[in-house]
Every structure is written in C-alpha cells, then in structure tokens.
Design a protein around this ligand. Structure first.
Ligand code: PLP
Length: 307
C-alpha cells in the first residue's frame, strides 16, 4: 500500500515536464529516481510566494534561477514566460482543490534530468522542470511581534563559489536547521573562517549598527535573497528621512551582531522577523526595534500591491 502523510493535504498541484502535465493528487507528485536531481543533488531551485494577487518578485526569482543554472552549466530550456504560464496553471488547478486559501508557496526545480545513476551530467537525457504549489504557512504573528532567537552555527558554511547559488545541494543548510532544532533556537547563523557572518539555513540575516547603518554581509558569502534585496530598496527613503544613516554591504563580525541595535531575519517565508536574542543574550533591550518594524510594514505593503 502506498504510504501517505498528513502534510500532503497541503500540496495543491505539481507540474512535471517528464510527465508533461499538472497533477493534483499528492501521490503522483513524483520525480524519477534516476533524475540526477535525486541521486546527485544536480539541479537548481527557487521558492516563491503567491500573495493571492501575484507571484511576489517573480522576475527576481527567475533571474536568480538562471544564474544558479548557469553556475552548474545546466541549460534552462524554458523561457520566463513559459515558466510563468506553468506556475499559473498549477495555481489555477490547485485552487480548485483549495478554494478558501489565498496565499501559496511555489517551488520551481530545474533538474539535470533522468539518465543512469552516474555523477556524469552528460549521461542525462536533458533538463526537466518541476513546479510544486503548496499551502503557504505564515509565520505566527507572535514571532513577528515578540521576535525570534538566533544562535551561532558551528556548521562549516558553503565555499564562496557556491554560497551565492541556489543549487539542490543543500546539505550544509539542512545541518544548520537541524542544529537550530536540536538546540531549541529559532534560527542559527554561520560565520566564515575569517569570522564574518554569512547566513541562516534558508534566510538572510542583516543588522542595524549602533551608528544606524543597515548592513548586510558581502556578496560572495551569501545567497542574494530576493527579500533582502527588496527590503534594502524599500529602506532607501529611510536614509533620505534621516531614520537610517546609510545602507551597505559590510563584513559583519560576531561582536557587531552582539552589539547591534537591531538584527533581523529576511526571507520569502518569513518576510522580516525581528531577532531579539543572539547567542543567549538580548539584542538591545530584547524587543523588536523600530527599523525592523518599519521594514516589516514596508515589505507587507509592497506585497499587497496589485502589481
Ligand atoms: C541559503 C538561503 N539564504 C537566503 C534565502 C532567502 O532568500 P529569499 O529572500 O529569496 O527567499 C534563502 C531562501 O531560500 C536561502 O535558501
């Protein structure tokens, strides 16, 4: 008998280029085991949010998907328009099964494709596209209001030539998440061999320094989050108004995080989350900061725009 689990009731629809169709029965949301995505992690992916009106930052996600695919010399045989149309089909078909839901999570995978079970990418018959739409599970409003805890990860981060790309080789990220769960901390953040902050398992971490600077880690160290980049754009007027002194990329040390005015987590699933505890100690007074709350508000307003 086929095994099932409760979480599958959150799966709306899946498109597979291998099957050439959209399915809504979770038991058919499958990837061929000889696809090199499965046995080598040979593929790239994106996770996006459908706000009920539109797919938020769709072009930015697709552009990052192309950059990731280029990094592993994976041809992306679909145009942005074709991918958008397939995503739309999944949303439409998924909503027929889940009409009361207004938001959804979309995951797009481009794999090396089925072949044999070797590591050789040339053994594959060609790239495949898989799109999965699932229920969006928003972060609790309590966490948004009260804040989350952040720990210092002991997991060795990804090398700089891989960190900026969203490949399906996410085992270091998995270990960072496991560490957080095992230690009872909401998120963990990495530091590289020089002591500079990197990122969390699937989210960026940024700080507001005592000098009122909004700072993010330098490019090579992290995935360029679509949320982080949008939040940094939305923050620009705060500099003009004198609420922030400046906005920039910088090498961020552990001491800078500990002594920061504010620390925040940014990502598609979380939007902007205040960090109130780092390594067991309070950030500032241990309550969400003004700038974090302002950026949270600006991002939610940006998402609720119709286009
Ligand atoms: C490693 C990593 N960093 C940061 C992010 C945040 O990126 P985004 O804001 O595009 O969701 C993600 C998202 O999945 C991620 O996997």
């Amino acid at each position: 008998m086929t095994k099932t689990h409760l979480g599958q009731s959150n799966y709306w629809a899946m498109y597979s280029s291998w099957f050439g169709r959209v399915v809504t029965d979770p038991n058919w949301m499958l990837v061929p085991i000889d696809d090199h995505l499965v046995h080598r992690g040979d593929g790239v992916f994106e996770a996006l949010k459908w706000t009920g009106e539109r797919v938020y930052l769709f072009d930015q996600h697709l552009s990052r998907l192309r950059q990731s695919a280029a990094r592993i010399a994976l041809p992306l045989d679909w145009t942005d328009e074709e991918i958008k149309e397939l995503v739309e089909r999944c949303i439409v078909e998924g909503r027929l099964q889940h009409p009361s839901e207004i938001e959804a999570m979309i995951r797009i995978f481009v794999s090396r494709g089925p072949g044999n079970f070797s590591a050789n990418p040339y053994d594959s018959v060609g790239p495949q596209l898989y799109i999965v739409v699932t229920r969006f599970q928003p972060v609790s409003s309590e966490k948004r209001k009260v804040g989350v805890s952040l720990g210092r990860s002991g997991v060795m981060g990804k090398p700089q030539d891989w960190a900026p790309y969203k490949t399906c080789n996410y085992l270091p990220n998995v270990m960072v998440k496991k560490e957080a769960v095992d230690r009872g901390v909401d998120f963990m953040v990495g530091f590289d061999s020089l002591g500079f902050m990197t990122e969390s398992s699937t989210e960026n971490v940024v700080i507001v320094s005592q000098r009122n600077e909004l700072l993010k880690p330098k490019k090579g160290l992290i995935l360029q989050g679509t949320t982080m980049n949008r939040v940094f754009e939305l923050a620009r007027p705060l500099v003009e108004k004198g609420i922030l002194d400046r906005i920039q990329e910088e090498d961020i040390t552990q001491e800078m995080v500990m002594g920061a005015k504010e620390v925040m987590i940014l990502g598609t699933t979380w939007d902007v989350l205040p960090v109130t505890i780092f390594d067991g100690k309070k950030i500032g007074k241990g309550v969400p900061g003004l700038i974090t709350c302002k950026l949270q508000e600006l991002l939610l307003a940006d998402q609720s725009k119709k286009s």
